[in-house]
Structures are given as C-alpha cells and as structure tokens.
Design a protein around this ligand. Sequence first.
Ligand code: G1P
Length: 299
Amino acid sequence: MNSTPRKRVRKAVFPVAGLGTRFLPATKAVPKEMLTVVDKPVIQYVVDEARAAGIEHLVFVTGRNKGVIEDHFDIPYELQSMLEERNKTEALAILNAALPTAGQTSFTRQQAPLGLGHAVWCARDIVGNEPFALLLPDMLMQDEPGCLARMMEIYNQTGGNIISTEEVAWEETHKYGVVEKGEEVAGGFRIHGMVEKPPKGTAPSNLFINGRYILQPEIFEILETQTTGAGGEIQLTDAMLTLAKKQDFYGFTFTGRTFDCGSKTGFIKANVAFAMWNSEMADEVREDILELIETVKPV
Ligand code: G1P
C-alpha cells in the first residue's frame, strides 16, 4: 500500500450532465439541477455544502441544454443594478449570497452519457494532480455541519480517499453502489470492498454510497482505461475498487437526512424537510401539510 496522500482538498466536481427524464415535462427546457427546493435550485444546496466544507473551486461537468447553470453562478449585472437603484437591500443580499468570485468556477462537457465514471474523468485536466471532492447533485443532504464538512474532518486525520455511505433497506441495495465495511478508523471505517448495483440478494452490506466522495487524482488514470460495468456504463465504483487496492480507502456513515432528488418522491420530501428547517415558514407549512395529508385523496 502506498503512503497516504493528504494534500488540501480545494476543488469539487459536480456531474450535472444527466438528462432528468424522470421529471419530464418539467425538465424539457430546465435542467433537473435547477428545479427548486423551497427557494433555491437543487444545485445551489450542493454547492453551498461544498463551500461550507472549504471548497474554493467548483468544477461542473455539464451537457447539452445546461447553460443556465453557468448563468446561475454568474453575477447578474442588470438585476443587481436595478435592485440597487430601487434600494432592495434584502433581495440584493440574497442574490449575492455565496456567489463564487472570478475564476472560481470551471465548466466542461461530458459529450456522451457514458456513465458517472466517464463524467468524473471529463474533469481530469481541470482538477489536475490534487485530491478533489465529488458531489452528486441528485443527492440532497440535510445536516449541520454538512456531509462533506464532516468527511473533511476525517480526511484531515487520515488523508487518502473517503466516501460517504448510509444505511438503506436491503431490498433497495440493487439500486446503488454498496460497500463492504472493515475496521473502524478516526470516525470512519476502512473499506474492504464495493460493488455497483449488486443483483438482488448479493449485496455485501446495506451501506450504500450516497453521493459524496473525497478522491485522490490517481482515480483519473484508472478511469482512463475503465471498461463498462453495471448497466453498460463506465462506473466510478469499479475504478474506486481498483484504487482501494493501491491507496487507503475509508468510508464514513452519514447520519443526517438524504433526499434522492432524482426521484419525484425524494424531491417532494426534500421540499417538506427544507421548509421545516426554515424557521420563518415551518409552523405554517406544518399545519397546512398535515391538513392536506388528511383531506386530499388520490384522483
Ligand atoms: C450513482 C453511483 C452509485 C451511488 C448513487 C447514489 O449511481 O454510481 O454508486 O450509490 O449514484 O445516488 P446512479 O444514481 O447514477 O445510478
């Protein structure tokens, strides 16, 4: 096993090329990452989580019809000056909150939907020879501090590679990447194995990979030659398994809430959970939602 690399994690990769077909027609002209949870697009939550964990540079792996994501993280001059003229200080503050500054964003395109492993590989030149965080925007997490910040705490002690996991019902394991847990270390555990979308009844555990990673740059060399795996796609999990044979690889068990915003039900639950997290609307929302649950029946 090589010595454990522990350079600072400055960059985060966001794979945002997915088509969002499960949300049609909503995603016909709007990328699924721009759908709104309470008052922010999904991607903004994930970017905020990364920045709160100390990330300085945001790398988006985009695809066709995703240009609005680039606009979202830019300065909207016309709107800004109009709000200034009208003295709308509150709206201005919201607009400027956590905007990346010049040079802190990069965009590259995944030209064909060949899988998550391929999407990550598309970021290789922008990330370069340093460790990076990877956040899957479909997975919206609710915790304070955030999931990536908690992983950084472990990384600062262990270095190497760390992926976040959490428990899922055994019947659901075939939908995800699943890890095999080893000994406990520094608030996490060693990973002895992992498998992408294990056929029903074969998962090594019910701990699934929930979309937050800290990876060393050697993953790119492996992805370069990675053949297709589950679902005929180039799978990141397969490349991570190869890397785990050469470098330290840890798991972290996330205990906050995770919402799979790639599914309609996950997206609706995220809206309820983030509304309840908002002290200004929690009481009203609670009352109305309880009433709706009691009275509205399926048509
Ligand atoms: C991807 C990963 C998988 C992970 C999942 C989390 O799968 O390949 O390991 O568990 O994200 O959402 P996908 O959802 O792209 O099929």
